[in-house]
Design a protein around this ligand. Structure first.
Ligand SMILES: Cc1cc2nc3c(=O)[nH]c(=O)nc-3n(C[C@H](O)[C@H](O)[C@H](O)COP(=O)(O)O)c2cc1C
Length: 215
């Protein structure tokens, strides 16, 4: 089968500028709620988003992370290893893009912004809510670095289990959150006949300017 033959029609109601929330974060929260209500089984992650970064030589990289919070200041928060490649990229270039895809709704949201680390307290608070196995995994894993093999990884996990047996797992120094402050949103809704809707919000002073782009 040719991948180009895999076309789907989109039946979702379209987007009209006058029906969009004045604040894109409110619009986003509505879309995320609908995606969560329409989640497709255990392995489907409605909060999964592609995080794109650029390194110091201008080369892009992208990977999936999970959105954990839209905080009180409308920042998009995710957690990761500060020793990872994405962290090295963000340290030299704080500009990043998030992209959500909710295929069952024919929807995409893209969010551009700048990223900074969350404070230690925010990271510790979230770390405490993680299952113990994930906490130990964060201790054991040297994210984005070469591992000698699966066995070495499992040995590191066993060592972390032994070290913290009967104790709380402390937040690793090289683990924590990032918060992205958005400067631009694009809400994409698939429509019939490929005349898809693309509504963009661009920061303008304290408010947001809304425009429509060709599909
Ligand atoms: C569904 C899904 C969710 C993921 N969530 C996270 C996450 O929240 N944080 C994280 O560091 N990595 C997460 N990962 C792993 C990343 O995609 C990636 O492999 C890892 O962060 C290393 O990326 P880097 O080498 O570019 O830094 C997730 C992967 C998938 C497929």
């Amino acid at each position: 089968m040719q991948l180009g033959d895999l076309r789907s029609e989109y039946h979702q109601d379209g987007l009209l500028e006058e029906n969009m929330a004045a604040n894109p974060v409110d619009e986003f929260k509505g879309w995320l709620s609908l995606a969560i209500e329409n989640a497709l089984g255990d392995w489907y992650e409605p909060t999964a988003m592609t995080l794109a970064t650029v390194d110091s030589s201008g080369r892009p990289a992208a990977r999936i992370v999970l959105l954990k919070e839209v905080d009180g200041e409308n920042r998009f928060v995710f957690f990761t290893s500060y020793a990872s490649d994405k962290s090295a990229e963000l340290a030299t270039n704080p500009h990043a893009t998030l992209a959500f895809y909710w295929g069952q709704l024919g929807r995409q949201v893209r969010i551009d912004g700048t990223v900074e680390k969350t404070d230690r307290e925010t990271s510790a608070k979230y770390f405490a809510t993680r299952p113990r196995s994930s906490q130990l995994g964060a201790v054991a894993s040297d994210q984005s670095h070469v591992v000698a093999g699966r066995e070495a990884l499992e040995a590191a996990m066993a060592a972390a289990e032994a070290k913290y047996e009967g104790q709380e797992v402390p937040v690793p120094d090289d683990w924590g959150g990032y918060q992205l402050t958005p400067t631009r949103f694009e809400f994409w809704q698939g429509r019939m006949n490929r005349l898809h809707d693309r509504i963009v919000y661009q920061r303008e002073g304290e408010g947001w300017k809304i425009s429509r782009l060709g599909p």
